[in-house]
Design a protein around this ligand. Structure first.
Ligand SMILES: CC(C)(COP(=O)(O)OP(=O)(O)OC[C@H]1O[C@@H](n2cnc3c(N)ncnc32)[C@H](O)[C@@H]1OP(=O)(O)O)[C@@H](O)C(=O)NCCC(=O)NCCS
Length: 171
């Protein structure tokens, strides 16, 4: 049983807010650019479809051993949502492992937002009983690799569905 739940995380410029269903409408606009899916599956969802997805995400994993932690990224300066980060936390042979991911809407990219959010997320996870963090990144996705590096992860020689597994041991 994994009882870890998302909490508000503060960084210099950002507030990572635990996902709520009411975020769907604003997030549908934030995530509306099809280019966001160059390296990740899916297509942009409209507000209603996103609302249904968020209802399922907020309800949590049907597997009690797994925790779904999701945040939207709020940029102080513009008082708006700009993307999301997530951590799927579950058991492994070596204790709890968190698989993390990040997405920043196209208008807000290249301003260090994903880097700052990922660092905040990793620091938060380091304060939980999580033993290691992983991420899966397409080998051609240099921006995401830069985010992972800045958050302290390093690439492994393991592959998963055409992506490289990155790893950080929290000791
Ligand atoms: C990957 C992503 C989250 C990066 O968001 P971001 O807020 O623009 O990232 P940052 O501004 O923190 O930049 C991180 C690094 O990537 C580089 N970078 C950002 N966008 C880039 C681009 N389009 N091309 C090349 N490099 C880029 C930055 O220069 C920076 O590198 P540096 O640390 O060496 O200076 C964003 O591009 C995105 O959401 N992409 C679509 C979703 C996705 O693929 N998510 C990753 C799943 S693993």
């Amino acid at each position: 049983m994994t009882t870890i739940a998302a909490e508000t995380i503060r960084t210099d410029r950002l507030l990572l807010l635990p996902l709520r269903v009411e975020h769907a409408e604003e997030m549908a606009a934030v995530l509306s650019d099809p280019d966001l899916h160059t390296f990740i599956s899916g297509t942009p969802a409209g507000p209603e479809a996103l609302r249904s997805r968020y209802e399922r995400m907020v309800a949590g994993s049907p597997d009690p051993a797994e925790a779904w932690c999701n945040w939207v990224i709020r940029l102080d300066e513009q008082e708006c949502l700009t993307g999301y980060v997530q951590a799927t936390i579950g058991p492994s042979d070596d204790g709890l492992v968190a698989e993390i991911a990040w997405v920043v809407g196209t208008p807000w990219q290249r301003r260090g937002i994903a880097t700052e959010a990922a660092r905040g997320l990793v620091a938060w996870l380091a304060g939980k009983p999580v033993r290691s963090i992983i991420a899966h990144i397409h080998p051609d996705h240099h921006a995401s690799a830069a985010v992972a590096t800045a958050a302290g992860l390093t690439p492994t020689d393991q592959w998963h569905d055409g992506e490289i597994r990155w790893h950080l041991s929290l000791g």
